[in-house]
Design a protein around this ligand. Structure first.
Ligand code: AMP
Length: 483
């Protein structure tokens, strides 16, 4: 692999600890708000497994619980009993290793001159470092290293007298990706950045007494579990206020040219969700079909890397006519800690999670389908595993373009230095992962699968071109990317 080019240094550290993948949820007007937030977060667990939290309001006080760990482990019935009220927001979070602290778990909350406010955030602010420096110079004291806390400081310092006014003020100062849910004593307020990078769906839930609760979630799969109906998305640049007087929707800023995250459809969202108004199962299957047309190969079976490659592999198999076989079986119960035998076992980590089905693979020419290659280490282990189970040929097919640039909008990607496709030719990647052939879906075809005729998606991890200015320490990446 070559050394990264001259831009390497700007893609390094300062922001690494701020890379976060998250899920958010909010509900207004339900007597079991905490229980429903719990269920919503449970459905969003795939968006972050490091910490989770729920804040509720009983109309007078905000109560909150946030802990490290999985939603189902944190929110036992006793814990949920500590969260009374008809309003709730929730958060589930994953971040890179340097930042695994309870201080950064959300919702974050403050009591200020606008009352008590809690917030949960999905996305990354691209001017957080600069804003934080200014706030600290002015005397603000930060409790966490999370960019979300910047928003609370801006709210608290706003000269606007109402919470909604202060939020508008804060939202106009922050840049980058944000789908935000706020909780005050008597209302839920949500907002989305003007580019619409991260999703935020809105729904309604009828109660037996005929009243209707309003719900918000990163993905619609959270609505399915609680029997809520998806009614559409919070629009880019929109703020929705749900309070005792009803619901108001307003644009706090004019929407920008939309830049929805393509990776939500490639990998991050669940296939049973509708994201940015499009069913993920459909776009992902289409990626697989187009991949089969772009990179056909003579083979005996199509095998998905579970779970991330399953839907695209179904599409590849349907389009190519090659039989689909689940020849890698995933153990869903892999915990965070495990005992590794002191005697080294090759590829132990991946074997914990996946096991090949030898009788399906033996002597076969295999098309192995996965969603993406980041560092390349996982693909290499899986290709080896399939081959050692007897496959005669292994042809790796990836349902998105090569990942060549880090994401600054809320997906946890390593720095450019560690992205195999940023530093290697296609042949070098093929050689590294030890596949007989390799084929990535092209950007054109990804756009086609997403039906993105108007250019409404962000593809910066595949192009290095960022739709906004990105500030990393002293360095500003221009709108079109620096490389
Ligand atoms: P590797 O190439 O070894 O870094 O691993 C790539 C695999 O990790 C892909 O096949 C995805 O299934 C998964 N993956 C890709 N991006 C992410 C991400 N941002 N967060 C978690 N998993 C990811």
């Amino acid at each position: 692999m070559n050394q990264a080019d001259s831009c390497e240094s700007v893609h390094e550290d300062p922001f690494d600890k701020l890379h976060e993948e998250c899920g958010v949820f909010a509900i207004f007007g339900h007597p079991e708000a905490a229980n429903l937030a719990y269920l919503g977060l449970h459905a969003l667990q795939h968006r972050g497994q490091e910490s989770a939290g729920i804040a509720t309001s009983d109309g007078r006080l905000i109560h909150h619980v946030r802990r490290m760990g999985h939603v189902a482990d944190i929110f036992t019935p006793n814990v949920l009993n500590e969260l009374p009220g008809e309003l709730a927001i929730g958060h589930t979070r994953y971040s890179t290793a340097g930042d695994t602290s309870i201080r950064n778990a959300q919702p974050l909350s403050v009591a200020c001159n606008k009352g008590s406010v809690a917030v949960a955030h999905n996305g990354n602010l691209t001017n957080a470092i600069e804003l934080r420096r200014d706030l600290e110079d002015d005397g603000s004291i930060f409790q966490s290293t999370s960019d979300t806390e910047v928003i609370l400081h801006l709210v608290a310092r706003s000269r606007e007298r109402t919470l909604a006014g202060a939020l508008r003020d804060a939202l106009l100062q922050i840049e980058g990706a944000f789908s935000l849910v706020f909780l005050a004593e008597d209302r839920v307020i949500v907002a989305r950045d003007p580019y619409g990078f991260r999703p935020l769906a809105m729904g309604r839930l009828e109660l037996p007494d005929g009243s209707v609760a309003t719900v918000f979630a990163s993905e619609t799969c959270a609505f399915d579990l609680i029997n809520a109906t998806y009614i559409g998305d919070v629009e880019p640049g929109e703020m929705v206020i749900v309070g005792p007087e009803g619901t108001t929707r307003e644009y706090y800023t004019p929407p920008a040219s939309p830049s929805h995250c393509a990776f939500e459809h490639v990998y991050f969202s669940r296939p049973d969700s509708v994201v940015f108004g499009k069913p993920v199962a459909q776009t992902r299957e289409q990626m697989g079909r187009l991949l089969a047309r772009e990179h056909p190969v003579e083979a005996d079976i199509v095998v998905p890397v579970p779970d991330s490659g399953v839907t695209a592999a179904l599409g590849y198999a349907a389009e190519s006519g090659i039989p689909y076989r689940q020849a890698l079986i995933r153990n869903h119960y892999v915990g965070r800690t495990f005992i590794e035998p002191s005697q080294a076992i090759r590829d132990f980590g991946v074997k914990l999670k996946l096991n090949p089905v030898r009788h399906l693979l033996e002597g076969k020419r295999v098309v192995l389908v996965d969603d993406s290659i980041v560092r390349g280490t996982t693909s290499r282990k899986i290709v080896r595993m399939v081959r050692s189970a007897g496959a005669r040929e292994v042809h790796l097919r990836i349902s998105c373009p090569p990942t060549i640039s880090p994401c600054y909008y809320g997906v946890d990607t390593p720095s450019e230095r560690d992205l195999i496709a940023a530093n290697s030719t296609l042949e070098e990647i093929r050689n590294y992962v030890e596949a007989d052939s390799i084929g990535y879906l092209s950007l054109d075809q990804l756009q086609k699968a997403l039906q993105d005729q108007k250019g409404e998606f962000c593809y910066s991890c595949y192009t290095g071109k960022y739709p906004t200015l990105v500030q990393i320490g002293e360095v500003v990446l221009a709108k079109t990317g620096c490389c």
